[in-house]
Design a protein around this ligand. Structure first.
Ligand SMILES: O=c1ccn([C@@H]2O[C@H](COP(=O)(O)OP(=O)(O)O[C@H]3OC[C@@H](O)[C@H](O)[C@H]3O)[C@@H](O)[C@H]2O)c(=O)[nH]1
Length: 415
């Protein structure tokens, strides 16, 4: 009876709560024991030592019990024939972790590779320890030797402030990193899907953008490390396809949002939601008349999987064609949050694309795919996520004590 009730309780709580419960249980045990035995302390040190031993063994038993009853999201069973070994580079990032969830729940074996520059262990921690899951801390700029059937190559910072932070690293990731992954695909005979971007169209002169548009990119501007990095990554895919027979898929991903975007991501959706939730001004760059079309992350993930398993080797746009100006978008977020924040106009970002909207006829026709999550529904989910994140941050804040600055004599060092 008792053990059944305990099992029911354990399966109802997640891992973090389990650790908390375990801590509380131990504390309660020690406290009860202390109160009960306060009156019979005549046995002195011997008694205390034996109690410490008891607590130690009890915690070991509880830890073992909790690790055996570890709860994972439900996973389908796939036969050996259908189960694939899948590598996701950047799998601990925003899009990568949602893709990890889908492929794990579909019953595949998933290896996530991430250097944790923008990815976070927290995004995939619910799979750690699962027999179908592996997490490797690795930078794709270095070669990787593993055996896989499919590679989703997502590794790269994707938000403009992040990719501009270290443009040389962004270029290395997209060039050397892509060469390494194509080399791996060639060696093990895996199919590779490249997460390319709508940024290959630059500041487009054609609207909406279809896959046959060659783009309008400033090759020496601040966005070039990403735009040109992804353009050459596409070139590499087709060179490996023609010369080495590697099977490639290229997804041109348009603006995407959803839970697990980093708080410091810097892209418009997370910025506006966080600003609205905290009553700060919503920062619109330029006049706000530039347009974007936003897709919810689950739609993108379904599109990526459909493309990987299709026979379409040429590039395919994945995005939601519902287009808004950035100012409209700011007003929509303000009203969904119910925020009294002001809208603040800041200077325009250099080379910021003025219009962007995907033409998704190819994806509809060749993959039978189209986005299904309405913008407001997706935004409400993202707002819920960021609200929780703010609570989490507030409860886990470590505020370091300010130290007086030490002034050194001599030359300043630059690392
Ligand atoms: O706080 C902000 C942030 C952004 N913006 C504006 O909002 C628009 C969208 O900006 P984001 O930074 O979200 O994203 P961008 O469209 O510029 O780039 C994105 O393109 C597609 C993807 O491949 C990448 O995720 C990213 O590079 C831009 O016009 C930008 O200037 C604001 O007005 N305020």
């Amino acid at each position: 009876m008792v053990s059944k009730a305990l099992l029911r309780l354990v399966s109802a709580v997640n891992r973090r709560r389990m650790k908390l419960l375990l801590g509380i249980a131990l504390l309660a045990y020690v406290a009860c024991d202390f109160l009960l035995n306060r009156s019979i302390q005549e046995n002195g040190e011997l008694k205390i030592e034996s109690k410490i031993e008891e607590v130690g063994s009890l915690s070991c038993i509880l830890l073992l019990f909790f690790s055996f009853t570890q709860k994972y999201p439900p996973v389908k069973f796939l036969s050996e024939k259908d189960r694939k070994r899948i590598l996701i580079t950047g799998g601990a990032g925003f899009v990568g972790s949602h893709l990890t969830d889908k492929l794990m729940m579909d019953g595949h074996e998933v290896t996530v590779v991430d250097n944790f520059f923008t990815g976070r262990k927290r995004n995939v921690e619910h799979w750690i320890g699962h027999e179908n899951f592996e997490l490797i801390n690795h930078d794709v700029v270095e070669p990787l030797y593993i055996e896989v059937d499919q590679i989703y190559h997502l590794a790269s910072p994707a938000s403009p402030p992040n990719y501009m932070y270290n443009p040389i690293k962004t270029l290395k990731t997209n060039t050397i990193g892509t060469l390494n992954m194509l080399g791996l695909a060639k060696r093990v005979g895996a199919r590779l899907l490249l997460a390319s971007t709508s940024e290959v169209y630059g500041d487009p002169e054609v609207h909406p953008q279809s896959e046959d548009y060659w783009g309008h990119v400033n090759p020496i501007g601040p966005r070039a490390c990403y735009d040109e990095g992804k353009r050459v990554a596409e070139t590499m895919c087709y060179a490996y396809m023609k010369q080495e027979g590697v099977e490639v898929r290229v997804a041109r991903i348009f603006n995407t949002f959803g839970p697990r975007m980093h708080m410091n991501d810097g892209r418009v959706v997370s910025n506006f939601i966080l600003q609205a939730l905290q009553g700060e001004p919503l920062t619109v760059y330029g006049s706000g008349s530039q347009t974007r079309a936003f897709q919810y992350v689950s739609d993108l993930v379904n599109g990526l999987v459909a493309l990987m398993n299709s026979n379409v080797s040429s590039p395919v746009n994945l995005g939601n064609p519902e287009e808004h100006t950035i100012l409209e978008f700011a007003q929509l977020i303000k009203s969904l949050v119910g925020s009294g924040s002001e809208i603040q106009f800041l200077s325009e970002a250099q080379d910021d694309p003025q219009k962007r909207k995907p033409d998704i006829r190819k994806a509809k026709m060749m993959l039978a795919w189209e986005p299904v999550v309405p913008l407001e529904e997706g935004l409400n989910k993202a707002i819920h996520y960021f609200r929780k994140e703010l609570e989490y941050q507030a409860n886990n804040q470590y505020i370091p004590k300010p130290k007086p600055a030490r002034i050194k004599k001599g030359r300043t060092r630059h690392n």
